[in-house]
Design a protein around this ligand. Structure first.
Ligand code: TZP
Ligand code: MG
Length: 211
């Protein structure tokens, strides 16, 4: 399965702001966006996910829904991203079938191995550095963390780095052997600066294809 190398993770104070930001990311050429709407009721999430599907559909941008695989299926998203306390990837796979993208969160080598055994399509490994976007952060990995984990993993499952990544980190992250990156704050804060987004897309495109 061909997974995008730059993932935009949605951000916003309200569901409308998430949708507005998703629309911007699509306009700028994002290949994959993840709707990450926390602390909301299921109905609002469902409605927002439906609208996100409509927007991303216009741009042929892939849509991943955070946490909730049933909602992902209902709105005909392309995939779901499962955290460590969400449903098991094997259970999600049973419901979603083999064409659905299933991603999982990992913070350690053991987490990665566990997700590989459960046949996820990509692993979101982090955090790279401190970020305010996510509460209850696990220990910071830094460049060395990625380097060491990628080296020990004997697998072709794409590793997507996440957590506090900014444009300037990309060249060095490239050296660690990861497959791609996920960014939220650094993209959301730069929507008024299209050249930054283009630079990000170009930089992520240079990540080496390891498979
Ligand atoms: N998981 C680990 S860090 C993080 C998530 C969802 C937040 C990423 O956002 P940012 O703003 O790029 O640090
Ligand atoms: Mg989750």
């Amino acid at each position: 399965m061909n997974i995008a190398k730059l993932h935009y993770i949605s951000q916003g104070q309200t569901p409308e702001e998430h949708l507005h930001n998703i629309q911007k990311a699509c306009t700028y050429g994002a290949e994959l966006v993840q709707l990450r709407l926390k602390n909301t009721d299921q109905n609002t999430l469902l409605k927002t996910a439906e609208k996100a599907r409509e927007i991303t559909g216009h741009f042929q941008t892939r849509l991943i829904i955070n946490d909730h695989y049933k909602i992902a299926k209902t709105v005909n998203a392309d995939g779901v991203h499962l955290g460590k306390t969400d449903a098991c990837p094997l259970e999600a796979r049973e419901h979603l079938g083999k064409w659905f993208i299933i991603g999982g969160t990992a913070n350690t080598l053991e987490d990665c191995q566990n997700l590989i055994n459960k046949k996820v399509d990509y692993i979101g490994l982090g955090p790279f550095r401190f970020t305010q976007t996510k509460d209850n952060l696990s220990p910071i990995l830094g460049f060395e963390g990625y380097q060491s984990i990628v080296k020990q993993l004997k697998s072709t499952t794409p590793i997507i780095a996440i957590g506090g990544i900014v444009e300037q980190d990309i060249p060095q992250l490239l050296q660690t052997g990861i497959y791609g990156i996920a960014m939220s704050g650094a993209i959301t804060e730069n929507f008024n600066n299209i050249s930054t987004f283009n630079k990000l897309l170009n930089a992520s495109a240079t990540f080496e294809q390891r498979h």
